[in-house]
Design a binder for this molecule. Structure first.
Ligand code: NAI
Length: 329
């Protein structure tokens, strides 16, 4: 089966390197790039790479979004504006909420079966918006909608490896759960595999670095945006895992922000947290999010405290997204 992948927001800081990585993937046979600017150039450039994926670029004119999205198998969305110093992800809400809503409306129409991976911030609200739009159009399948929180996992691997002296951070598996914004991000070092021992005097700073690592990049870029290259890597890693699951590979697990009541095993977690949308380790398979693995048993005292703060913030973010979808300004 050939896979058609789409990047919406393909000309941006994340979109370009993400499109590059997808173009090099042997899992993809067709890659369509959509953005409001510059996609013809990005597509022409990438088209010279000698990988199998056939590439094309689309702009809004001549119904470009519809043509780009039509019959896509997987659509990754990094469209929107990024943070500047001093901004929280929530500050992006007004602009990005409208962009995501519009893109999802088109997807519902021309690619209702697509697996949708949302990178656009604030993920805690843009994913609920997407779910509500898909529901209203009668095509919502919770197993096919993912908020991409992989960058938090990638950061956790990197920062923990620095502390414990692990030379290959990718050999660590560290669940990061909750949402994708500041205190809603909950790293579970107690569940790391192989087990790691974080010195007590380093724990608080490590948690803060995973939660607010994005701010380091925003500050260093000094007004030129937020994480793009590490995010492109993370987005590609997650997309590839979804595709490998679809192709039948077993045992693929990666955390993602999903609508829990619609994923097997998710109900219990939704009840326990009081949040319908939540990131937990997801078992990926031939139908997408096949199972939500419950990470809440065996939390240590620190993690219970982090979870409490997460849930308090996340509930409001989710409600804000749902309300926006029902009553856009
Ligand atoms: P950027 O400004 O460099 O690129 C965004 C692209 O979206 C631009 O090319 C723009 O033309 C395009 N765009 C705007 N409206 C559009 C529309 N209606 N349809 C299609 N394309 C449209 O921003 P960057 O740095 O690539 O970030 C993109 C988003 O990703 C931001 O919301 C940012 O906050 C988020 N992000 C998410 C992360 C995560 O972990 N989930 C990590 C880092 C960033």
């Amino acid at each position: 089966m050939g896979i058609k992948a789409v990047v919406a927001g393909a000309s941006g800081g994340i979109g370009q390197p993400l499109s590059l990585l997808l173009k090099t993937s042997s899992l993809i046979s067709e890659l369509a790039l959509y953005d409001v600017v510059n996609t013809p150039g990005v597509a022409a450039d990438l088209s010279h790479i000698s990988s199998p994926a056939k590439i094309s670029g689309y702009l809004p004119k001549d119904d470009g979004a519809k043509t780009a999205f039509k019959d896509a198998d997987i659509i990754v969305i990094p469209a929107g504006i990024p943070r500047k110093p001093g901004m929280t992800r929530d500050d992006l809400f007004n602009i990005n909420a409208g962009i995501v809503k519009g893109l999802i409306e088109t997807i519902a129409e021309v690619a209702p079966k697509a697996y949708i991976l949302i990178i656009s911030n604030p993920v805690n609200s843009t994913v609920p918006i997407a779910a509500e739009v898909l529901k209203a159009k009668g095509v919502f399948d919770p197993k096919r909608l993912f908020g991409v929180t992989t960058l938090d996992v990638v950061r956790a691997e990197t920062f923990v490896a620095e502390i414990v002296g692990e030379s290959n951070p990718q050999s660590l598996t560290i669940p990061v759960i909750g949402g994708h914004s500041g205190e809603t991000i909950v790293p579970l070092f107690s569940q790391a595999k192989p087990a790691v021992s974080i010195p007590e005097d380093k724990y608080a700073d490590l948690v803060k670095r995973v939660q607010f690592g994005g701010d380091e990049v925003v500050k260093a870029k000094d007004g030129a945006g937020s994480a793009t290259l590490s995010m492109a890597y993370a987005g590609f890693r997650f997309a590839e895992k979804v595709l490998r699951g679809l192709k039948g590979e077993e045992g693929i697990i990666e955390p993602s922000f999903v609508y829990l009541p619609g994923v097997a095993g998710g109900d219990v977690i939704a009840k326990e947290t009081g949040c319908d949308f939540f990131s937990v380790p997801i078992q990926l398979g031939t139908s997408g999010a096949e199972k939500a693995l419950n990470p809440l048993t065996g939390l240590d005292e620190n993690e219970k405290t982090l979870l409490k703060a997460c849930v308090e913030g996340l509930k409001g973010n989710i409600t804000k997204g749902v309300n926006f979808a029902h009553n856009p300004p």
